[in-house]
Design a protein around this ligand. Sequence first.
Ligand SMILES: Cc1cc2nc3c(=O)[nH]c(=O)nc-3n(C[C@H](O)[C@H](O)[C@H](O)COP(=O)(O)OP(=O)(O)OC[C@H]3O[C@@H](n4cnc5c(N)ncnc54)[C@H](O)[C@@H]3O)c2cc1C
Length: 372
Amino acid sequence: MDFTLPPDDDPRRVEVRAWLADHPEPTRKDLAEGGFVAPHWPRPWGRDADPETQLVIDDEFRAAGLRLPGASIGVGWAGPTILAGGTEEQKARFLPPMLDDTEGWCQLFSEPEAGSDLASLRTRAVRDGDVYVVNGSKIWSTRADVTDWGILLARTADEGPPQKCISYFLLDMATPGIEVRPIIEMTGGRHFNETFLTEVRIPAGNMVGTENEGWRLAKVTLANERVSLSEGGVLWGRGPADPAVLDRLRSFACSDPVLRQRIADLYTEMVILRLLNRRIMSAKVTGGDPGPLSSVRKAIGDKHGQKAMALVKDLEGPSTMLDGNYPYEEHEDPWAWGHYFSRALTIGGGTSEVQRNIIGERLLGLPREPRP
Ligand SMILES: Cc1cc2nc3c(=O)[nH]c(=O)nc-3n(C[C@H](O)[C@H](O)[C@H](O)COP(=O)(O)OP(=O)(O)OC[C@H]3O[C@@H](n4cnc5c(N)ncnc54)[C@H](O)[C@@H]3O)c2cc1C
């Protein structure tokens, strides 16, 4: 890292420490009201924290034995979009229950024929007076069966480039016409769903931004990533973290030279990923733009999670895989769950091939892939 964290008497540290002294065991509501759930958001929702201040906050919370909540679809995606393009009424209505987690959110973007090529989505919203009438279907909608609101992309025009024909809606998941069917995963869990929308009426006031501005807003959202010292688990921040993976690998006292080589490769990758994270953090703290380095991190990190889980499983043998059902919440063994879940890493949030396209074009200066 080409920066050091501010000293102990930095006023920002003093302020956070004073807050923690007043809230030694903060509830989610306390954290939301203190602006600590999304410190990088503007006040009054966050604390207007620049990247360095975010690291200071992280550091003080860690010193107090506390962790800030991780990003959810609401705080990670919907909130930044509402901040970027929403009206003051939308901010006041949606942000507080999102921050204190009294309303949960899902993301209704992907469709059976539109994943990596999201702009080709077919779900259609047609204006009818002061509502939009939506018809179509979405897929892989994480937690759509249990959440209160969804961020929805739908086509509102046909002329011109597809990216200029998409609008961004906030959808009350209790609206008539929505049918959510769970998809059973290979882990045995059912965290994502198919979502069918038939004559669903969304008030025009629930559009974020203006008609056909949805693509721009969806991209704005992605740029709004919190800077954090915490590196989390190897499965998108969930599951076991690198030190736990190493402990687990050590517990097998492996003498097979091929497996030992795989362990050495995995360890090397852990170091590379840690350094890459620091480079990205440094760029942000010093006001630079990490640009496509996040794609490098995702391309390596997703494979890394898969390799870690496969290696543990190869050393452990099949015994823990024989009882068949591994939804994380219910299963005591995060390794069996992680082994199955890790397949999703190189697909969700932009597949590894798509990340490689970004790295090739934006980092290595290779020619753009042919467009249809
Ligand atoms: C765990 C998980 C949670 C998810 N949660 C949500 C959610 O909450 N809401 C939501 O809307 N979506 C969600 N998704 C869906 C996810 O965004 C899509 O799966 C992803 O965008 C890929 O789209 P696809 O599955 O349609 O695959 P496709 O885009 O059809 O890709 C199929 C294959 O073709 C390759 N490919 C595609 N385009 C190119 C290209 N240009 N160059 C090279 N190769 C290419 C891909 O890499 C892949 O191997 C989730 C996915 C996962 C795994």
